[in-house]
Design a protein. Structure first.
Length: 316
């Protein structure tokens, strides 16, 4: 088993064609076919099956492609780390950003790293907290923002900020960011909610129990963008982190207000694997990400957020 074979199976899996993979790898088609067949003979199982849609990995092939992709990523990362200029930090760092924070943090983070550490290459992944935690557990992320997570035996979690959740409604509802809205009032409207099992949905459901109200959920979705689009279309109200609705509130396309009675907060942490060597590139990116979070809060660009050390205790 060698690197060329690993590149071959990953590329064929990604494009679904030996011919196209050969073009991308700058090889002739028989060479790619030979690399795959040699690996199949070594493993004793077929890795691909030919379908009307192209080459598709078998069950064994899917496992090999996943492992090969990670191995190739680690090799690329090692090359970047061992070739820096003297005194420079270099390497590849894969970061997870919560979907609601990506517009606020991605560009300033990339700019700061490019300016101060040009040898560091970033890979940015955005998703909801549950997906990001799974990717971190699987080793696909070096560090990530998560929320409502304590340190675990395998992960360390550094608290950064607490952010208040807002009710989000059509502009005609007239909600105002400086007038909190009681949770019972929100519950009186049809609601577009995150899907059950989502961490944000769990916070909302717990608040409903405390408020003693039932929620009329008309639509569930795993997309914050869809939540807002459905509110704009008049399908109901929703609940989002303040940051997730701030841009539309500024434009006047929707209205929003912090939740009250009870008020509902999420705690955002920076999570990383607890064990194993932490490359210098990951350290400098973690420091810069924390700095950008703190700047966003201090400059008022993160609505309803306070640094964790400043947040009053006892809020959920």
């Amino acid at each position: 088993m060698d690197v060329k074979q690993l590149k071959a199976i990953v590329t064929v899996a990604e494009v679904g064609s030996v011919t196209r993979a050969a073009e991308l790898l700058h090889l002739v088609q028989p060479a790619v076919t030979r690399q795959i067949r040699t690996l199949e003979q070594e493993l004793g199982v077929p890795l691909f099956e030919r379908t009307a849609q192209g080459m598709r990995p078998t069950g064994a092939g899917a496992i090999m492609v996943d492992r090969a992709r990670r191995a190739l990523g680690e090799l690329e990362r090692a090359r970047a780390e061992v070739r820096p200029a003297p005194g420079a930090v270099a390497g590849i760092v894969t970061i997870g950003l919560l979907e609601s924070t990506s517009d606020l943090l991605a560009e300033p983070l990339v700019s700061a790293i490019a300016h101060h550490h040009p040898g560091v290459r970033l890979r940015l992944m955005t998703a909801y907290s549950g997906h990001l935690q799974q990717w971190l557990d699987d080793g696909d992320l070096d560090l990530t923002l998560l929320y409502n997570l304590d340190s675990t035996p395998s992960l360390s979690a550094r608290p950064l900020v607490r952010e208040r959740l807002w009710a989000v409604a059509p502009a005609s509802a007239g909600l105002c960011v400086d007038r909190p809205v009681p949770f019972a009032e929100v519950a009186g409207h049809p609601l577009v909610m995150p899907a059950s099992g989502h961490a944000l949905r769990s916070l909302i459901d717990a608040a409903a129990v405390r408020a003693g109200v039932d929620l009329e959920v008309v639509v569930q979705t795993n997309s914050m963008r869809l939540q807002k689009r459905l509110v704009l279309a008049g399908q109901g109200w929703t609940v989002l982190p303040g940051l997730g609705a701030a841009e539309e509130v500024t434009r006047g396309t929707i209205s929003a207000a912090p939740l009250s009675e009870p008020d509902v907060w999420r705690s955002i942490v920076l999570a990383a694997p607890r064990f194993g060597r932490t490359p210098p590139a990951v350290d400098v990116v973690a420091q810069e990400l924390v700095r950008q979070v703190n700047l966003a809060v201090a400059e008022g660009r993160w609505p309803s957020a306070v640094q964790e050390t400043d947040a009053p205790a006892g809020r959920a």
